[in-house]
Write a protein that binds this ligand. Sequence first.
Ligand code: G3H
Ligand code: 13P
Ligand code: ZN
Length: 356
Amino acid sequence: MTRITLRQLLDHAAEHGYGLPAFNVNNMEQILAIMRAAEAVDSPAIIQVSRGARTYAGDAMVTKMIEAAESMFPGIPVCVHQDHGNSFDTCRGAIDQGYTSVMMDGSLEEDASTPTSYEDNVSVTNRVREYAHAVGASVEGELGVLGRLDTGTGEQEDGHGATGTLGHDQLLTDPDQAVDFVARTQVDALAIAMGTSHGAYKFSRQPDSDVLAMSVVKEIHRRLPDLHLVMHGSSSVPQDLQEIFNEFGGEMPQTWGVPIEEIQEGIRHGVRKVNIDTDCRLAMAGAMRKVAMTKPSEFDPRKFLAPAMDAMTDLCRLRFEQFGSAGHAHQIVPASLESMAGWYADGTLNQRVSTS
Ligand code: G3H
Ligand code: 13P
Ligand code: ZN
């Protein structure tokens, strides 16, 4: 069995000082791209599935495709994670299908756009954690609302993100509150708000500390050194991928993502999971555009999808290497969900999360 919980994987990453990219999937090509890249560099993998992906492909298709990939790449530990669960029911549904980890994004209401109160976030996250830990699955919580510090806006392009204008008190996770949140919810990992947002249009210039608040990561890590931090909205939106996309008929105005060096700095300060979707989309879309423009008579979908898969494989491989997870897959023996549940029950795992 190669399926692993997020908690076990991030504990290993913390012990060895690396971070893991968590890639979103919607189809076979994206799953194969991640697994081929992981196998090529001996990295464990986090495959994450949004509510949109579950609707797009259908739950049965998503779970069977991932199972098939696991059997094709038996040497790669795989964490299957629900991205941005919006309710207890969404998270329970994922766990019941064998996901080994869920994100309960209690920063927003079930509508995935209205910011919640702190107490409501604690309450729904706790409910999910009780259900998940009873069966050994892991929980990622979120404190603070993702969005741009310069405009005060959340990201709506994926139908997920805060509406209206947000203040810096909402857009930057409060370290004091993080200490309280972790003590009260016992989450395995915490997504924090620090100026990143979903999609391609994160920053209108090369980001500096005014718009990308790495200081928040550092302060929370100082206060909670054993807590696994998660950076969302962490595509780098590389210039070369923007150029390929635009060269072959795309229209993407100049934009900036999260620089790799900043993510690496985060990894040195407790960031263990780095969410990436946009870069994969851009890599695939650029490759498909190239075929469409240079081979206008082509109509076999495989001729579009194979280069798209190759482009995403290259991207994933690069991120595994840049974040330091390459070379670690063979060291990990996944614990069963039953074992994890036992360790939660006797308190062994939760004791790791200390405060200072
Ligand atoms: O949460 C953001 C991810 O990019 C997922 O996007 O909801 O369009 O699948 P999606
Ligand atoms: P990007 O849009 O930066 O790839 O972020 C993805 C993400 O955070 C998924 O949860
Ligand atoms: Zn996200």
